[in-house]
Design a protein around this ligand. Structure first.
Ligand SMILES: Cc1cc2nc3c(=O)[nH]c(=O)nc-3n(C[C@H](O)[C@H](O)[C@H](O)COP(=O)(O)OP(=O)(O)OC[C@H]3O[C@@H](n4cnc5c(N)ncnc54)[C@H](O)[C@@H]3O)c2cc1C
Length: 383
C-alpha cells in the first residue's frame, strides 16, 4: 500500500492551485452574484488540459477520476467550487467513455476532454424525487427515432452546456412495476426543449433550471446504451459524481480551515492570539482530523473506481463523510472569525451554501445511509 501521490499528481495539484488562485474566491463570488459562469477560470483550466483529465487519452484526457478529483479539490480549496466537474467530465464523461458507441464517443468526448463543450446531467423530477423509478419523462419510439416529453428540475449549468445527458422512461417492468430507463444525449438547442431558472440561495457559477421537453425529436444515434438499459451506466456513473462531490467538499473544508488557522493566529483580543484558546483551537483541530479522514475515503473511492472495482460503497461513504467534514470546518471557521464570519469580504458564509447543497445533492445523506444500512449491513429496506 502506498499513500504517496506520484510526482505527476503533485505537479497537477500545484499547477491547478496556481491557476485557480490567480482567480480566487473574490473572482468566484463576483462572477456568481453577477450571473457569470466562471468562464475565464474554466477556460484557463481547460487550456492547461485539466477540465477533462479523466476522459480517455484519444479524446484529450488520459488520466483517471483520481486526477479529476484532484483538479476539483484544488480549485475548491482556493474558494472556487465548480459543480460542473461533477456533471460534465465525471458522470457524462464516464458514461460516454464506457457505454457510448465509437461514433458517439467521436462526437461528444473531444469537447468534454478539452473542456470546450459541457454536458449537463438530468435525472431529478418534481414528482419522483429520490425515487427515480417513478420518473415521468418518457421517450417514445417514432418512425425515425424518439419523441421525448416531460419535466426535470434542479438541473445545474444547462445554460452553459451544449448537450445534456437525460434519463428517460421507455417502459415499465411488468414484474416489478419499476420504470425501464433509457439514456439520451439531448442538444440544448433542440426544438421543443425549454428551460426556466430556479432561484436558489447558493453562491455558484452554475445556475439551476426546470427543463421542459415537449415532444423533442431525436434520432436513435442519440440513445446511449440499450433501450431500457440505463441502470448499469447510471449505477456506474453516479459513483464518479459522488467522488467529485466529495472532492469539491474536501477542497472547501481545506479552504475554510486554512482561513480559520490564519485568522486565529493573527487576531488578538485579550492580548494573545484567539487561537491560543482551546475553545477555538480544539474544534479546529477536530475539523482538520475529520477532513483528513474524509480525504482518505475520497482517495480510496477514486482509486477503486480507476481500478474497475466496485466503488459504490466507498463513493457513498466518501461523499457523506466529506459533506459532514466540510460543513463542520466551515461552521467552525465562521465561529473563529466572530462577526467577520458572516461578512462577504472574509469569504466563508459565501461557500456555506455550496457545502450545504452537497449534503443533499447529488444524493442525499439519508439515501447514502440507506445504501450502507441495506447493502453493507444487510438490514431490511424501509421503502
Ligand atoms: C442546487 C441543486 C443542484 C442540483 N443539480 C442537479 C443536476 O444537475 N441534475 C440532477 O438530476 N439533479 C440535480 N439536483 C437534484 C438533487 O440531486 C436532488 O435534490 C436530491 O437528489 C434529492 O432529491 P429531492 O430534492 O427530490 O428530494 P426528495 O426525494 O423529495 O427527498 C426529500 C427528503 O426526504 C429524504 N428521503 C427521501 N426518501 C427517503 C428514504 N427512502 N429514506 C429516508 N429519507 C428519505 C431525502 O433524503 C430528503 O432529505 C440538484 C439539486 C439542487 C438543490
Amino acid at each position: 500500500m502506498d499513500f504517496l501521490e506520484t510526482n505527476e499528481q503533485q505537479l497537477l495539484r500545484s499547477t491547478v492551485a496556481q491557476i485557480a488562485s490567480s482567480f480566487g474566491h473574490t473572482y468566484f463570488e463576483r462572477e456568481a452574484r453577477s450571473g457569470g459562469k466562471g468562464t475565464a477560470l474554466w477556460e484557463a483550466l481547460s487550456e492547461a488540459g485539466f477540465t477533462g483529465v479523466n476522459i480517455p487519452e484519444p479524446f484529450g484526457g488520459g488520466m483517471g477520476i483520481t486526477e479529476l478529483a484532484m483538479v476539483a479539490e484544488e480549485t475548491a480549496a482556493v474558494g472556487c467550487p465548480l459543480l460542473m466537474f461533477l456533471v460534465s467530465p465525471a458522470i457524462c464523461g464516464e458514461v460516454l467513455s464506457r457505454f457510448g458507441s465509437e461514433d458517439q464517443q467521436q462526437r461528444w468526448l473531444p469537447g468534454l476532454g478539452s473542456g470546450s463543450s459541457k454536458m449537463a446531467f438530468a435525472i431529478t423530477e418534481p414528482n419522483a424525487g429520490s425515487n427515480s423509478h417513478q420518473m415521468e419523462t418518457v421517450a417514445k419510439r417514432t418512425e425515425d427515432g424518439w419523441s421525448i416529453s416531460g419535466t426535470k428540475y434542479y438541473i445545474s449549468g444547462v445554460d452553459d452546456a451544449e448537450n445534456l445527458l437525460l434519463v428517460t422512461k421507455t417502459g415499465t417492468d411488468p414484474q416489478t412495476g419499476r420504470g425501464q430507463l433509457t439514456l439520451f444525449v439531448v442538444p440544448t438547442d433542440a426544438p421543443g426543449f425549454t428551460m426556466e431558472p430556479i432561484p436558489v440561495e447558493i453562491v455558484a457559477t452554475e445556475r439551476q433550471f426546470t427543463l421542459y421537453f415537449d415532444e423533442v425529436q431525436l434520432s436513435d444515434d442519440h440513445r446511449i446504451g440499450p433501450e431500457g438499459g440505463a441502470l448499469r451506466p447510471l449505477f456506474m456513473g453516479l459513483n464518479p459524481e459522488r467522488i467529485l462531490s466529495a472532492a469539491v467538499l474536501c477542497g472547501l473544508g481545506r479552504y475554510a480551515i486554512d482561513k480559520a488557522a490564519r485568522y486565529a493566529k493573527d487576531r488578538s483580543v485579550w492580548g494573545v492570539p484567539i487561537g491560543t484558546h482551546q475553545g477555538l483551537a480544539h474544534p479546529l483541530a477536530k475539523a482538520k482530523i475529520d477532513l483528513e479522514m474524509a480525504r482518505l475515503m475520497l482517495a480510496k473511492s477514486a482509486w477503486e473506481f480507476d481500478h474497475d472495482l466496485d466503488a459504490a460503497e466507498s463513493s457513498n461513504m466518501a461523499k457523506l463523510a466529506s459533506a459532514d467534514a466540510a460543513l463542520q470546518a466551515i461552521d467552525q471557521a465562521m465561529q473563529t472569525h466572530g462577526g467577520n464570519g458572516m461578512s462577504t469580504e472574509f469569504g466563508l458564509a459565501t461557500v456555506w451554501g455550496m457545502a450545504r447543497l452537497l449534503k443533499v445533492a447529488p444524493v442525499s445523506r439519508e439515501m447514502i445511509l440507506n445504501y450502507v444500512a441495506i447493502h453493507t449491513l444487510g438490514l431490511p429496506r424501509s421503502y
